[in-house]
Unconditional design. Structure first.
Length: 241
């Protein structure tokens, strides 16, 4: 556990020392704030103390921002040779993956925490449903865990950051959009299968305030598989090296 925390702190230090964290958080807040409060079907037009628009916009924003955060985590260390040095310090492959995953989730949590002004503002101008708001944030956190695991896996199978970004984006789009499109054009078991395989049905269910165990199991399962595959990929590259 100490090794995991050490790696997580190291990653966060790299992010904040290089201004990457500030840029990512700033872009996340700016993009979501613009589309939530100012553009299109914003909260003021809807005249409801409801953050549904924000949660929907954020689910798309995270699809792009998380791969940008994770693309360098393993790929850059492979390219620079620091990964081999790290693994010679009696640190397990699993510790490396979990440490980087924890750092990613911490950075995303900071970005989400910075949006606390949104529910506070709505609570002052209307009757905010606290329960559904908390569930919306839980849905975003679970979705972030899923995409972070996918992003770290993508970064573990290449030494090129751009390739890692594209792989994570393609896999993320499959879960976020493509499986849903296939489900909509399919019938019977196949339609249900692809609908349940995509993230949107599970995300929307929790965001509406319905915390079902099957949705929690879904997100935790995809996250676990992604991290497990990343660990295997890292172990293989370590052996080859």
């Amino acid at each position: 556990m100490n090794a995991i925390c050490t790696i997580a702190k190291r990653e966060l230090s790299v992010f904040f020392n290089s201004l990457i964290a500030y840029m990512m958080i700033g872009l996340f807040l700016g993009f979501n704030g613009f589309f939530t409060w100012l553009y299109g079907n914003d909260i003021f037009i809807l005249s409801e103390a409801n953050l549904g628009v924000f949660f929907y916009i954020s689910s798309w924003t995270l699809l792009f921002f998380i791969p940008a955060i994770t693309m360098k985590m393993v790929a850059e260390e492979k390219k620079s040779g620091t990964l081999e040095l790290l693994l010679t310090k009696n640190i397990k492959d699993r510790d490396v993956i979990l440490g980087k995953f924890l750092a990613t989730i911490a950075l995303i949590s900071i970005a989400l925490l910075a949006t606390i002004i949104y529910p506070i503002t709505l609570a002052n101008i209307g009757d905010l449903d606290v329960g559904s708001t908390l569930c919306g944030y839980l849905a975003l956190l679970l979705l972030s865990m899923t995409y972070a695991a996918i992003g770290i896996f993508a970064s573990s199978i290449t030494s090129n950051q751009i390739v890692a970004f594209l792989i994570a984006m393609i896999i993320g789009l499959c879960f976020h959009v493509i499986f849903g499109v296939i489900a909509a054009s399919s019938k019977g078991f196949l339609g249900v299968f692809f609908q349940q395989l995509g993230t949107q049905a599970h995300f929307e269910s929790i965001a509406r305030g319905v915390v079902d165990s099957k949705d929690l199991i879904y997100f935790l399962s995809i996250t676990s598989v992604g991290l497990f595959l990343a660990e295997i990929s890292l172990a293989k590259s370590h052996v080859k090296g």
